[in-house]
Ligand binder design. Structure first.
Ligand code: DGL
Length: 272
């Protein structure tokens, strides 16, 4: 048993899409979340920059005495997972790509046409393909980056014609040309536009990594006997720039939940 919090992080508010699934599956767990809203998006930046940012956040979370780190970001998971494991061998670290690859390989067959969308960095890393092909080399996988979607989501431009047009710009040809029937939302921001995608492309099967990661979190907590023994109701959400969208989204997630939420701003550049 371990009552310390679980640390989550993302480049911004995308990783928040994991939180409702975690609260539902593990209501006793306390969360410390870091969203690097001042430096988002990560997905079009260089790998060394992403690594530097990720190490700063992980150092910060370790300093906050978390019992586990969840990388609620595909871009970081696709580029920094090994370095994070090496830097903190003592702490369980859960990436978001492996659990999604596993469920994809388990639930898809050779007749499926699997589309993966994500940031430029995630798509270029081929992290999804490598892991999925390891499990089933016969699956058909197609990928495409959608770089403008994250900045729009961070701006709160979601139920909006601009968002629908952007989705169509990236996906119309991709989906029809490749006959995609299954789509992996390979960026934790994308579940926030899941309804837009489902409306534009009805019938598409959606795989949501923000949900699929929860089983891995449970398995790691169980393996190390790290579950909290009693409900702890206070959760802390840090951002490098506390934007209105970030605060509103968290308030919406926790509305009527009975959980307490604290917001804090933290400048990682001052953190050495
Ligand atoms: N939400 C993140 C991901 O899953 C990062 C998006 C970004 O900062 O570009 O990739």
């Amino acid at each position: 048993m371990d009552n310390r919090p679980i640390g989550f992080f993302d480049s911004g508010l995308g990783g928040l899409t994991c939180i409702p699934h975690l609260m539902q599956a593990l209501p006793n767990e306390r969360i410390i979340y870091f969203g690097d809203t001042a430096r988002t998006p990560y997905g079009s930046k260089g790998i060394s920059t992403i690594r530097h940012f990720s190490m700063q956040i992980a150092d910060f979370l370790i300093n906050e005495n978390v019992k586990m780190i969840v990388i609620a970001c595909n871009t970081v998971s696709s580029t920094c997972l090994d370095e994070l494991h090496q830097r903190y061998p003592q702490i369980p670290i859960v990436g978001i790509i492996e659990p999604t690859a596993e469920i994809t390989a388990k639930t898809c067959n050779e007749l499926d046409h699997i589309g993966i969308i994500g940031t430029k960095v995630t798509i270029k890393s081929k992290a999804y393909e490598k892991l999925i092909y390891n499990k089933n080399p016969k699956l058909k996988i197609y990928t495409t980056p959608c770089p403008v979607l994250v900045p729009l989501i961070e701006e709160g431009i979601i139920q909006n014609e601009i968002m629908d047009l952007s989705i169509k710009y990236y996906l119309d040809h991709f989906i029809s040309y490749n006959n995609i029937n299954t789509l992996i939302l390979g960026c934790t921001h994308y579940p926030l536009i899941r309804k837009n995608i489902e409306k534009i492309y009805p019938g598409l099967r959606i795989i949501n990594p923000s949900e699929e990661i929860i089983e891995s979190i449970i398995a790691k907590l169980a393996a190390k006997d790290l579950f909290s023994e009693k409900p702890v109701f206070d959760n802390t959400f840090y951002a490098s720039d506390l934007s209105e969208n970030f605060v509103n989204m968290i308030n919406k997630i926790f509305e009527n939940s009975g959980f307490k939420v604290a917001f804090k701003s933290f400048d990682l550049e001052t953190y050495k």
